[in-house]
Design a protein around this ligand. Structure first.
Ligand SMILES: Nc1nc2c(ncn2[C@@H]2O[C@H](COP(=O)(O)OP(=O)(O)O)[C@@H](O)[C@H]2O)c(=O)[nH]1
Ligand SMILES: [Mg+2]
Length: 214
């Protein structure tokens, strides 16, 4: 008999993810799975966005990394609750890890939960984390061909935040190539160009997030 181990793992993960989804729905918390390459600016984006959130949109952050608690410490400086998960080498978060991290947070009064996944453009896409949706942070220094090269990831995004726009003059990034790749891979996803250094584009990003609160 052929045993499909991977599909069993994914099925078990999906059941746990559904529990997380139900828990967060009961608490009226909208959660976003933040994915992207290492260094795309996932943490920088959260550091910029969190201080802009209005009082009625209190957030907490779960940080996933192979090792270190650097990102959770960066987030803690913004004043919101943060929990670090170390995956000890695994290239993605799974629902069990996220559930353990959620249990360390005080969910009362929260409206938003951001889950920064491990930096990787392949593995995280298969694992549901009970999220409302997915945000990919893609920086222009990675090139304009990433949606076409990593379709399994980009196909699942609700929003693609195109980061590091402040460096546009110093790269060969072509916006037309990127948007063509997005149209071919996932025409329904929104694309918002930003710079986590200058803050450009963050008003639009904030609106996008706030429009999706219950
Ligand atoms: N020039 C520029 N650098 C950025 C921007 N966003 C992030 N960075 C830098 O890119 C590096 C990686 O950022 P980080 O937030 O740690 O990326 P993560 O691995 O995706 O969480 C850091 O040195 C950031 O300062 C941006 O919009 N413009
Ligand atoms: Mg990070």
């Amino acid at each position: 008999m052929k045993v499909n181990v991977m599909s069993d793992i994914l099925k078990a993960n999906d059941l746990l993810a559904r529990d997380i989804e139900n828990l967060l729905r009961e608490k009226n918390i909208v959660s976003w799975n933040i994915m992207g390459s290492p260094g795309a600016g996932k943490t920088a984006l959260l550091e910029k966005l969190i201080p802009m959130l209005p009082e009625h949109a209190a957030a907490a952050v779960i940080e996933g990394d192979l090792a270190t608690s650097n990102d959770a410490e960066r987030i803690a400086k913004t004043g919101v609750q943060s929990a670090q998960i170390n995956t000890n080498g695994a290239c993605h978060l799974d629902a069990a890890m996220v559930r353990s991290a959620i249990d360390t947070l005080n969910l009362d009064g929260l409206s938003l939960l951001f889950i920064e996944n491990v930096g990787n453009l392949v593995c995280p896409s298969s694992f549901q984390l009970g999220e409302r949706g997915r945000i990919i942070v893609s920086s222009i220094t990675e090139g304009d061909d990433k949606p076409e090269k990593y379709p399994s990831m980009f196909k699942t995004a609700d929003l693609v935040v195109l980061n590091k726009m402040d460096l546009e003059q110093n790269t060969n990034f072509k916006m037309g190539n990127f948007t063509r790749g997005m149209s071919a891979t996932n025409p329904d996803a929104s694309v918002i160009p930003v710079s986590a250094v200058t803050g450009g584009g963050f008003d639009q990003l904030l609106d996008w997030i706030l429009q999706r609160l219950p």
